[in-house]
Design a protein around this ligand. Structure first.
Ligand SMILES: [Fe+2]
Length: 228
């Protein structure tokens, strides 16, 4: 009799456990779907904001999306783990967020900037990070790109004059992609440079402006793409 009771009880427990496990799976799937929906809406919002920002100094508004594509490809080559963090793409898209605080008279000035204007312009990475402080879901890697994308390997960049590996990897990767994009697309003051010349310029600036390993990987990667 006791044995029968114990067996029946065990069976009941097993059924309850199975039921609970099934419930948990359903809840987990719902949570995962909600997170993925949320991520997608973050991404859409960030992309739209980036395109809106770009329209101020790029008539096509395509620079952010284009440079993000190139920088992401480079990151996959030199730091694949970084690409698993969505903050990387947000940083690439929003790199010039701080330019929102730079007046049009400076941002759109046709001639060269004077010393004071240059100083204001050089403040845009700091402004960008200050804006990000109000957006808690954008994390460290986003801030790294926004705050350090104008640092240079030899320490002569801005705003902090960081050198070598003091510069966060995401910012070092972005700097190469950004320079390439700037050189290979028309600007108000000059026509686009041929790809080969742009790659030669990146090689020339490896070890001064750019992280030499990242610059070399980029030249190889982009050279192979162009040749294909
Ligand atoms: Fe910038």
């Amino acid at each position: 009799m006791d044995d029968q009771l114990t067996a029946a009880q065990a069976l009941r427990y097993a059924r309850e456990l199975r039921h609970l496990h099934g419930e948990e799976l359903v809840q987990r799937r719902r949570a995962e779907e909600a997170i993925s929906l949320l991520r997608e809406s973050y991404r859409t919002t960030v992309s739209a904001l980036a395109a809106a920002l770009e329209l101020r100094d790029d008539a096509t508004g395509r620079h952010a999306a284009r440079v993000t594509e190139v920088a992401t490809r480079l990151a996959q080559e030199v730091a694949p783990l970084l690409t698993t963090d969505p903050d990387l793409e947000y940083g690439f898209l929003l790199h010039d967020l701080g330019k929102i605080g730079i007046p049009d008279s400076i941002l759109k000035k046709p001639g060269p900037l004077d010393e004071e204007e240059m100083e204001q312009m050089r403040y845009h990475p700091v402004l960008g990070v200050q804006i990000l402080d109000a957006v808690p879901y954008l994390g460290k890697v986003t801030r790294d790109v926004v705050g350090s994308h104008h640092e240079r390997w030899d320490g002569t960049g801005y705003p902090d004059g960081l050198a070598g590996r003091e510069i966060p990897p995401a910012a070092r990767i972005f700097a190469v992609a950004d320079a390439y994009d700037a050189m290979t697309n028309d600007r108000a003051y000059r026509a686009a440079m041929p790809v080969e010349e742009a790659l030669a310029e990146i090689s020339r600036c490896a070890g001064t402006h750019f992280d030499p390993d990242i610059a070399a990987a980029f030249v190889e990667l982009q050279g192979a793409r162009v040749a294909a």
